[in-house]
Design a protein around this ligand. Structure first.
Ligand SMILES: [Zn+2]
Length: 240
């Protein structure tokens, strides 16, 4: 394992020294047990973002006005009943954050803001979730990875800028019943309108909705953004 790491680092150093492309660099990284390439070191991460500044990871609150967070995965009040990470911060790729910025500017004119439950999530957290709940109705299968691991998916709702209170939505976050589906319509008109407003403003800026989770939005070209397994402590040093 240690030898593999040294070989990888030497290959990275060689390719960087020769100014080769990040794609070639990717070929030097070992694949995991599912055949996926996971970026888990700062050297390759930095190389992978030099080809496109929109791949840079950034702190959402640096770009998006009035954004609030409620990291339920940093508490035991989530579907796994376990603390899945500590000291999180809301990070995403610049491509996603620019889109969220436009969403927030639009919402501000309506007296509303964005409340985020989860944004970037290290790949190892996706693996932990799967170990606890190995059911792809509730958790992302690590054999595929999640848009959250790629830094282009966000779990989000709306809140009232004046009261600070979240708007009524069909279900709480991570409710895995059909009530959380976009096509579920046995709801009062206010709730239907709130769900639709969130969907409309997110889609206007290029996000896609997930049929089964009213709170989950992602950029469509997910595979372009590498899967990342960099913890929040290290990511803090890498964000712009
Ligand atoms: Zn999500």
């Amino acid at each position: 394992m240690k030898q593999q790491y040294i070989i990888t680092m030497l290959a990275i150093a060689f390719l960087l020294g020769n100014n080769r492309s990040a794609a070639q660099l990717a070929n030097t990284l070992p694949k995991n047990e599912f055949g996926l390439t996971i970026v888990s070191n700062a050297v390759y991460f930095k190389a992978s973002i030099t080809q496109d500044s929109l791949k840079q990871m950034v702190a959402i609150d640096k770009y998006v006005a009035h954004v609030k967070t409620n990291f339920v995965y940093a508490t035991t009040s989530n579907f796994t009943h376990k603390i899945l990470y500590s000291k999180p911060k809301a990070y995403l790729r610049l491509a996603a954050v620019k889109a969220l910025q436009a969403v927030a500017n639009n919402l501000k004119t309506k007296g509303l803001g964005l409340l985020i439950y989860d944004a970037y999530r290290p790949y190892s957290v996706t693996k932990t979730m799967w170990q606890i709940v190995p059911d792809d109705r509730y958790a992302a299968n690590p054999a595929k990875g999640s848009g959250h691991n790629r830094g282009i998916a966000v779990d989000v709702t709306l809140y009232n800028l004046q009261t600070g209170m979240p708007l009524p939505m069909p279900t709480p976050f991570d409710d895995f019943t059909e009530k959380a589906h976009h096509n579920y319509r046995q709801l009062d008109s206010t709730v239907l309108a709130n769900r639709q407003l969130l969907k409309t403003v997110m889609e206007q800026q290029g996000f896609k909705a997930l049929d089964t989770e009213w709170w989950h939005y992602y950029l469509p070209n997910a595979a372009y953004f590498e899967l990342l397994d960099i913890d929040f402590k290290q990511m803090k040093k890498l964000v712009k």
